[in-house]
Design a protein around this ligand. Structure first.
Ligand SMILES: Nc1ncnc2c1ncn2[C@@H]1O[C@H](COP(=O)(O)OP(=O)(O)O)[C@@H](O)[C@H]1O
Ligand SMILES: [Mg+2]
Length: 460
């Protein structure tokens, strides 16, 4: 069957119409032709009746008196030739056109009948009347060719076909409009679903939906509910798993640090170092998984007023000592940037950006790593200025073809240094998205390095 419901409906309506309409048309046309033909028959029969009145018996002999004017008016017609004949009781011609004499027809007293016959080669319609001639019966026959009847028939046919065509066009248009109107609710559901982001699992908007569509909406809503419940179960599972891993990982890391500080055989030093680094890496991945699960879980909570400047100031306390340790220059240019959001998540977002900058912009003696954190309002055309936070570094940057992929979970650009797990930018994007913010990856100031800018909705 056809893929489109609209096309299926239209096809069936058109098919049914195509079958029914000609039958209807045929009966209409037949009735109309019959009525026209009857009207002409009555006219012809009246002539026969009028001529019958001119038959008299005078002295026992049958006489027929037709004056010239009456005969002329009988025979005058723009389209047809008219014939008549008066036959005596024995079938002999008393007056009129001889060809009408055949065939002989038997009529009862007072009877009139209509016939289709021929005069020469022309088909004619003939009215025959029995007229009293004393005790016996005479006959008056009047016939006319079929010119006006044929004309009336073709006019009726043309009119009926024209009307049928106009009707078919109007009908098709009306059906198309009705089907389109009836399909509107399905299209609105379609639009709603197409525009949904994966995070938006709220029930569908109903509006004025017809009852036939309600079960579909209910089924979709139930499915969305189940998906939401399943997603929430998964988030909790990840959060629980990450949480469970944290404590043993922290003690493992402490043990490794202690072991490195204790006297140990030089042969195991390298191994201890590797254990320490791996534990650090796994502990950070567990922290990031926890952050990811939290950012998703809280994406529907309304936020509180937060100033990005304060978030950056908090981060400065954590990160300046670590930057110094690595010989990197971590600077801050902070202006007020009020947003609505969840402060701990915004802190997590910034931590991931600074961590990346420190990780990848390693620098060297001639060109030390330089990292700048900025907050403030950013004017965009004539629109209301929007709060933003950005982290810029002078490292290798991210190749343009990698820029869309680095936001994927567990994706690391080829040749990435350091001990990452590919979750940092995914967390940044998720937290930004849950705040209605967008993340842009841009080149650094002098065309090298990376500038990650997160632009928020105005707080008002
Ligand atoms: N500041 C940066 N400079 C250069 N490359 C970066 C920077 N930040 C992120 N990247 C690239 O993006 C990839 C994804 O980053 P991220 O999601 O934080 O994962 P991870 O840091 O664990 O590898 C990294 O592997 C790295 O290649
Ligand atoms: Mg990272």
């Amino acid at each position: 069957m056809l893929g489109s419901l609209k096309a299926t409906l239209m096809l069936w309506v058109v098919l049914v119409t195509v079958v029914i309409a000609p039958v209807r048309l045929f009966f209409d046309l037949r009735g109309q032709l019959q009525r026209t033909s009857e009207a002409y028959d009555v006219g012809l029969s009246d002539w026969a009746l009028a001529l019958g009145n001119l038959v008299h018996i005078v002295d026992g002999r049958v006489q027929f008196d037709l004056n010239e004017q009456t005969e002329q008016s009988l025979r005058t017609s723009s389209t047809d030739t008219t014939y008549y004949i008066v036959l005596g009781p024995g079938g002999e011609r008393l007056a009129g056109d001889a060809p009408l004499g055949a065939p002989s027809i038997l009529l009862a007293r007072g009877e009139r009948r209509m016939f289709n016959t021929h005069v020469g080669k022309s088909p004619v319609r003939m009215a025959v009347h029995a007229v009293e001639c004393g005790a016996r019966l005479c006959q008056v026959r009047v016939a006319e060719t079929l010119g006006k009847r044929d004309k009336a028939r073709s006019e009726s046919l043309a009119l009926t076909l024209t009307l049928a065509l106009v009707f078919a066009l109007v009908f098709a248009l009306a059906i198309w409009l009705v089907v389109r109107h009836a399909m509107q609710p399905l299209e609105s559901v379609n639009e709603q679903l197409a525009q949904r982001s994966l995070d938006d699992l709220r029930p569908l908007r109903r509006g004025r939906m017809p009852s036939e569509v309600q079960p579909l909406l209910n089924a979709v809503d139930q499915l969305l509910q189940r998906v939401a419940a399943d997603a929430s179960r998964q988030r909790h599972f990840i959060a629980d798993a990450a949480h469970q891993l944290r404590t043993p990982l922290t003690s493992l890391r402490t043990e490794a640090e202690l072991a490195l500080l204790e006297a140990h055989p030089p042969a195991v030093h390298a191994t201890l170092e590797r254990v320490h680094r791996s534990t650090q890496r796994v502990a950070r991945a567990a922290d990031q998984l926890l952050a990811l699960a939290r950012s998703e879980a809280s994406s529907t909570e309304p936020g509180e007023p937060v100033d990005l400047k304060a978030v950056a100031q908090d981060a400065a306390q954590d990160w300046v000592p670590r930057a110094l340790e690595r010989g990197a220059d971590l600077g801050f240019q902070l202006d007020a940037a009020p947003v609505r959001g969840r402060r701990h998540l915004l802190g997590e977002l910034l931590a991931n950006l600074i961590h990346n900058a420190l990780e990848y912009a390693t620098g060297d003696a001639q060109r030390p790593a330089r990292i700048t954190v900025r907050t403030g309002l950013r004017a965009q055309g004539g629109a209301e200025p929007r709060p933003m936070i950005e982290v810029e570094d002078n490292g290798p940057g991210i190749a343009p073809e990698e820029r869309s992929r680095v936001f994927e979970r567990f994706y690391r650009a080829p040749g990435s240094v350091g001990a990452g797990s590919g979750l940092g930018l995914a967390i940044v994007r998720d937290i930004a998205r849950s705040h209605g913010a967008t993340v842009e990856l841009l080149d650094g100031e002098d065309g090298c390095g990376l500038r990650v800018r997160v632009v928020f909705l105005p707080a008002s």
